[in-house]
Design a protein around this ligand. Structure first.
Ligand code: GUN
Length: 293
């Protein structure tokens, strides 16, 4: 079994990006600037956003973090989005999801300039991805593809079962796996909460991407010997023995599934750090995307 080490791979990617930034500095060119907007005080979201901003600092990008209160109105957030679109110094930005219930996420996502949409959530980027045109790929699926590429996990002609159909992970993941590219060229089955024969489908899978958000859902009896397992889950469970008061569990029952797997991502230290690395890659790309989108 090979552990797909996202932490180590992300570190390597960030070193590569740092070299590129140093080169840009030497040439007197613009340094990529990523901004993040977060609304409210969701602990997990704050942790993710802080990790993104910290990663920017590490690779030498400029970064701006805008924290808005839970009571921010849709109109106020829209104003912030518009000012990000108009600010030539900001190359790319994200609005961390989920947003408070009183704000329409689709409306906000659609207001983001597609050329600055480093999350790849705007319908224009989603459509471009579907058509194989230049675009920002959503960070989590793109990070998984990068991990598959760097560890040379075979995908061509393989059966990939994706569990979960979210706009952020499941749906784009399926699209990237069936693309006529490598990694990719897989035969993909998308499964979700209404799928009736999930266990049978998983048992046929050469690759399983578990992205449903249910702790330790995927067990050994659902996995074929030698399958590659990608765990996108990050559920916080109370653990008083930890300083933070919680520990993270993936969607995969790691120990028993790892005993059958050819490749597997750990949680934490698997897909999470790769999401951050992808966002950094997209931010560097944002400078070129101005001409393409
Ligand atoms: N919430 C969970 N994942 C993401 C992500 O990749 N980007 C944003 N903006 N919000 C998220």
């Amino acid at each position: 079994m090979v552990l797909l080490d996202g932490k180590e791979t992300s570190k390597k990617i960030q070193e590569e990006l740092k070299e590129k930034v140093d080169q840009l500095k030497k040439e007197g060119k613009k340094i990529p600037h990523l901004a993040a907007i977060i609304v409210g005080d969701n602990g997990a979201s704050l942790t993710y956003v802080n990790a993104k901003v910290k990663a920017c600092e590490k690779v030498g990008f400029e970064s701006t973090l805008i924290k808005l209160s839970e009571s921010t109105t849709e109109e106020q957030l829209m104003k912030r989005v518009k000012s990000m679109n108009e600010n030539p110094d900001i190359d790319g930005y994200i609005v961390q999801l989920p947003l408070p219930k009183h704000i329409n996420e689709t409306k906000i996502t659609m207001a983001i300039d597609p050329a600055k949409d480093v999350d790849g959530f705007h319908p224009e980027n989603v459509g471009r991805m579907a058509l194989g045109m230049p675009c920002f790929l959503p960070a989590t699926p793109a990070g998984i593809m990068e991990l598959l590429k760097r560890y040379e996990v075979p995908t061509e002609g393989k059966h990939c079962v994706v569990i979960g159909r979210s706009h952020i992970v499941g749906s784009p993941m399926a699209m990237l796996m069936w693309r006529n590219e490598l990694p990719g060229n897989a035969t993909v089955t998308i499964t979700h909460s209404r799928t009736q024969n999930l266990k049978e489908l998983c048992l046929q899978a050469d690759i399983i991407v578990a992205a449903l958000g249910k702790a330790e859902f995927l067990t050994a009896e659902m996995v074929k010997e030698g399958a590659a397992i990608i765990d996108v889950g990050i559920t916080r469970v109370e653990d008083t023995s930890k300083k933070s008061g919680y520990r993270l569990l993936g969607d995969v029952k790691f120990d028993e599934v790892a005993a059958k797997a050819s490749f597997i991502t750990p949680v934490p230290g698997g897909v999470g750090p790769m999401t951050i690395a992808s966002l950094m890659i997209n931010t560097l790309k944002a400078i070129e995307m101005k001409e393409l989108i």
